[in-house]
Design a protein around this ligand. Structure first.
Ligand SMILES: Nc1ncnc2c1ncn2[C@@H]1O[C@H](COP(=O)(O)OP(=O)(O)OP(=O)(O)O)[C@@H](O)[C@H]1O
Length: 600
């Protein structure tokens, strides 16, 4: 697991490899300039001792200092630039994947947590995939270089230093998995905080109206505290790792001073060599600290990369095959379309067949649909009614292929739904969800969401159809008016009409309306019913309605109960039959005097 996370981390760094190598090389060059300074200093002392001029050494030292600083600065910029690009790359990957994930997978993940993966986790990647990686690399190379030079200066002292480095290195290695675990917990707690915030802000009016502000902020406080605690755990282990890097140098200093002093005293080592050795030890502080912070930073990065890859590894919905590419599904679909060309060819709307459909949201839950079957021929208005929670909206979700069924079959225009590419299928459908979501942005953004190429005339016509012209004309900025978060600046009825207009602009062959007019006043509703009846002449329209009065004119009404279609027919037929529909109608005081089907 740790290995695969490290591999993924390297995968994020790979596209920036050239920039990183250039940056690291420049930084290393700056490091080499520092590395050469003790040698020049040694030669400076030796030259002074024999009373010769030292101007060459002074010039060299000045060059090493200025040149080293400049190359380090360029190196740092190159690495920082690569760091920003790594974050951008990871965010792009997540952003392009998220909207394509399956609805079933998205159902299980709170949006706030997903947001935190795109924002906070990718930010952690920034340091890990670049600076920490470079620090680890440079720290190791410099440390190795210094150890080689120390071995060259004095083998005995080198072995003593090596012993100290290895002992403390082994202790640090034990700490690293703890840092990774604590970091992942901190990021998870941050994700929880994001979800909590999303829950609070998404329903702020309900929270205020329920007087639950304190309760909600206490819950958020708990998540924030959890993130703090996990962050502290990571910091604690990080501090231990960081201190051990200082400890290694201090211990090595003491060892070299004691051992080196004795060796100088008995004449087996020169003072100049001891000074050089001690200077190397002095310079050891940098690379050892760099290595420690690099490695512990990498642990934080691997924790973040795991959370990012948990999303990237979810399989997306199948992408649309380019025209003529002839993949398996495409070929099957083409064959099916050929087998039944009439329904697709006639511009009457889509034909739908459900055969013994079984569907459950989760493997361990009971089926929502259990043997549901019905046929809808192209065109006309069909209504779906039934008690709350019987699976009416689920029928629509299945038609949109948000979920795949567990048994039976669904065909649209004679093609099995599994042979339809989701994008291609949805292009044929206009769907108005139960709570008519409106997105933040302008009215125009919302209307053209599903039909970016809609002409101004078409927009105008649809706005008239849904009786929105007066509203748009009354707004100073017309269609370019901002509607606020989730359309908060609009009334419930306006939101519904915008959602219907959006679906109509898609010019669908199948229109799905889920309680789409429930918030309209009686006049607007009856006007819209006429519009829908008109559309049903050329389009298959399916409506879900609780108020039966809104669907009495439907060509056919399907009565859904306990996951099955219990009855089907016109309003009058169903009333005559008795049963659930007649009981529902009785509770809504509907008699047989309702208008007969207006559409066909
Ligand atoms: N995303 C989901 N995950 C798990 N269960 C779900 C999900 N959506 C709906 N359900 C469950 O499936 C059942 C059918 O829900 P559905 O929304 O289809 O009913 P409905 O007939 O449209 O209800 P209503 O008339 O109240 O809108 C319900 O028991 C509901 O709890």
């Amino acid at each position: 697991m740790q290995d695969s996370a490290t591999r993924s981390l390297l995968g994020h760094a790979r596209p920036q490899a050239k920039a990183l190598i250039a940056g690291a090389a420049l930084s290393a060059l700056g490091g080499v300039a520092g590395l050469a300074q003790p040698l020049v200093a040694k030669s400076f002392v030796e030259t002074l001792a024999v009373d010769e001029p030292v101007s060459r050494q002074v010039l060299l030292l000045a060059l090493l200092i200025v040149g080293g600083a400049l190359t380090s600065a360029f190196g740092m910029y190159a690495v920082e630039r690569a760091a920003e690009s790594v974050v951008l790359g990871a965010r792009r990957q997540l952003i392009s994947r998220l909207p394509r994930l399956r609805v079933a997978d998205l159902d299980q993940r709170p949006p706030g947590d997903l947001i935190s993966r795109v924002t906070a986790d990718t930010t952690l990647l920034r340091e890990a995939a670049t600076n920490n990686l470079v620090d680890t690399l440079i720290g190791s190379v410099t440390l190795l270089g210094m150890l080689v030079l120390m071995a060259w200066l004095d083998v005995v002292l080198f072995l003593a230093v090596l012993g100290v480095v290895l002992a403390i290195g082994a202790c640090t290695a034990l700490l690293m998995p703890r840092i990774a675990r604590a970091s992942k917990e901190a990021q998870e707690a941050l994700g929880e905080l994001g979800s909590g915030l999303e829950r609070l802000l998404g329903a702020i009016r309900t929270v205020k109206a329920s007087g639950a502000e304190q309760r909600e902020s206490t819950a958020l406080e708990r998540s924030a505290h959890g993130a703090w605690q996990a962050g502290l755990r990571a910091a604690r282990w990080g501090a231990v790792a960081g201190t051990s890097s200082g400890l290694v140098v201090q211990l090595a200093f003491l060892t070299v001073l004691g051992l080196g002093g004795a060796r100088v005293a008995n004449g087996s080592m020169s003072v100049a060599s001891l000074i050089g050795f001690l200077l190397y030890l002095f310079y050891l502080v940098g690379p050892v600290a760099q290595l420690a912070s690099g490695i512990s930073g990498l642990q934080v990065g691997t924790a973040a990369v795991r959370r990012i890859h948990e999303v990237l590894e979810l399989s997306p919905e199948e992408a649309e095959e380019p025209a003529g590419s002839g993949g398996t599904a495409g070929r099957r679909a083409a064959a099916a379309a050929e087998a039944e060309p009439s329904s697709a060819a006639a511009d009457q709307g889509a034909g739908i067949v459900f055969r013994d459909v079984v569907f459950r949201y989760r493997e361990d839950s009971r089926p929502v649909l259990d043997g549901a079957g019905f046929e809808i021929s192209p065109g006309g208005l069909t209504a779906v009614v039934g008690p709350s929670g019987t699976g009416k909206s689920t029928l629509f979700a299945l038609l949109e292929r948000f979920y795949d069924i567990d048994g039976g079959s669904i065909t649209v225009d004679g093609r099995d739904l599994r042979d339809w590419n989701p994008t291609e299928l949805r292009r044929n459908i206009g769907y108005v969800e139960q709570d008519a979501p409106v997105l933040a942005g302008t009215l125009r953004d919302n209307l053209t969401l599903a039909a970016s190429g809609a002409s101004p005339d078409e927009l105008r016509r649809v706005l008239e159809q849904v009786r929105l012209t007066a509203l748009v004309d009354s707004l100073p900025q017309g269609l370019d008016t901002e509607v606020g978060h989730r359309g908060a600046a609009l009334s419930g009825g306006q939101r519904q009409r915008i959602a219907i207009a959006r679906a109509l602009l898609r010019r669908p062959r199948l229109l799905l309306l889920d309680e789409a007019t429930s918030q309209l006043d009686a006049l607007n509703e009856s006007e819209l019913r006429e519009v829908v009846a008109e559309i049903a002449r050329t389009t298959t329209v399916l409506v879900i309605a609780h108020r039966l009065s809104t669907v009495t004119g439907a060509r056919r009404i399907l009565v859904l109960e306990d996951g099955r279609v219990r009855a089907a027919g016109t309003h009058a037929e169903l009333l005559r039959e008795g049963g659930l529909y007649a009981r529902l109608a009785a509770t809504q005081t509907l008699g047989p005097t309702q208008p007969e089907p207006a559409t066909d």
